[in-house]
Design a protein around this ligand. Structure first.
Ligand code: UT7
Length: 326
């Protein structure tokens, strides 16, 4: 019996025009290129300038993904934007992008799961497509964390960057064999709000009437990250019968190269299968996975038929995995 799976038809991304190097940051706060590279693997990040916002970057990524899929917005009936830094408190960034795409049909909404947001978005889109209620979805991860970072706090401001990435998913009938089907094969989303204060904004619309600024207990987040990441990936293996040796590509959230390396090592994923873009992009929150996907897809690494594991962990805490055959 055939089942509906969400198959990736197109990928796109967008980055702000301005690159900020570690050396440039070292002129503003007490840090150094050496410290940032050694502790995080980050060498530069893109920072949004005048006129560049989460919705403008998200729109460009969506347009690129549609072009890659050979489709127009008329072919899509669901727009999901994962973001923690919407242009406005409301309306949602998704409806802003929907309008900018010239769509007056379908549904558009935001998902807020911080760095795990893109996988949460893929998970939700996959459920909609699998149910038959919608046919094609654009899932966008877009963030401009530079707008809520405390630029005097060296422990956080060196870590984050801005950007957006998007995928177009289509519900396709597949034979129903998890070992050979194309599309999203399994997703696992988790959260534990008891860790909320370890990575959060100080302030928000309903508490202070401001957007708040980002604060993080970096060591605490680091301590939990590898365990949470490996847990949800193990869940994906248990659900499908695959193991690390079966993966063609591992596309993790890009927060810190040390976290990525430790997770891959603990899971027995070969280093050459790991897509790493944190050096170029920094931590772009919900945008980091689709940005990394689009780099590895554009340079020819990710190809049709490849088995691709996505994972993320971030504020909330939230953490998530998605396994898909391209
Ligand atoms: O995307 C959401 C998930 N977020 C993450 O995954 C982030 C997880 N955390 C991390 O990636 C790491 O904890 C950090 C990169 C944030 C920090 O690395 P660390 O190895 O845990 O360093 P630390 O916080 O223990 O700080 C070590 C030292 C401290 O100085 P003392 O107390 O040893 O004298 C810090 O004050 O490094 C100092 N430090 C810096 N020095 C130069 C902290 N930030 C900086 C900096 N430049 N930017």
């Amino acid at each position: 019996m055939t089942i509906k799976r969400s198959v990736v038809l197109g990928v796109g991304s967008a980055l702000p025009a301005r690159v900020v190097t570690n050396a440039e940051l070292a002129e503003k706060v007490d840090t150094s290129d050496e410290w940032i590279v050694q502790r995080t693997g980050i060498r530069q990040r893109y920072i949004a300038g005048d006129g560049e916002t989460t919705s403008t970057l998200g729109l460009k990524a969506a347009q690129a993904a549609l072009a890659d899929a050979g489709l127009t917005s008329a072919d899509v009936d669901l727009v999901i934007v994962a973001t923690t830094t919407p242009d406005l408190t409301f309306p949602s960034t998704a409806t802003q992008i929907q309008a900018a795409l010239g769509m007056a049909h379908g549904a558009a909404f935001d998902v807020q799961a911080v760095c795990s947001g893109f996988i949460y978005g893929v998970t939700i889109a996959d459920k909609f497509l699998a149910s038959g209620s919608h046919r094609r979805a654009i899932v966008i991860g877009a963030d401009t964390l530079s707008r809520i970072v405390d630029w005097t706090d060296r422990t956080t401001c060196v870590l984050f960057g801005d950007g957006a990435g998007a995928v177009v998913l289509e519900a396709q009938d597949q034979p129903g064999d998890v070992k050979t089907d194309r599309g999203v094969l399994t997703t696992h989303i988790r959260s534990d709000g008891r860790h909320g204060s370890k990575l959060c904004t100080v302030g928000g619309p309903s508490s202070t009437g401001t957007v708040g600024t980002l604060t993080m207990e970096g060591k605490e987040v680091f301590k939990h990250a590898v365990g949470m990441i490996t847990d949800v990936i193990t869940d994906a293996y248990q659900a499908t019968g695959f193991s690390s040796g079966d993966l063609d590509w591992f596309v993790p959230h890009q927060a810190n190269k040390r976290i990525i390396d430790s997770s891959a090592d603990k899971l027995g994923i070969a280093p050459q299968k790991v897509v790493i873009t944190v050096a170029r992009h920094g931590n772009t929150s919900a945008a980091s996975i689709p940005l990394a996907l689009s780099v590895a897809y554009a340079d020819g690494r990710i190809k049709k038929g490849d088995l691709v594991m996505l994972e993320a962990m971030g504020g909330g805490f939230t953490w998530a995995s998605a396994l898909m055959r391209w």
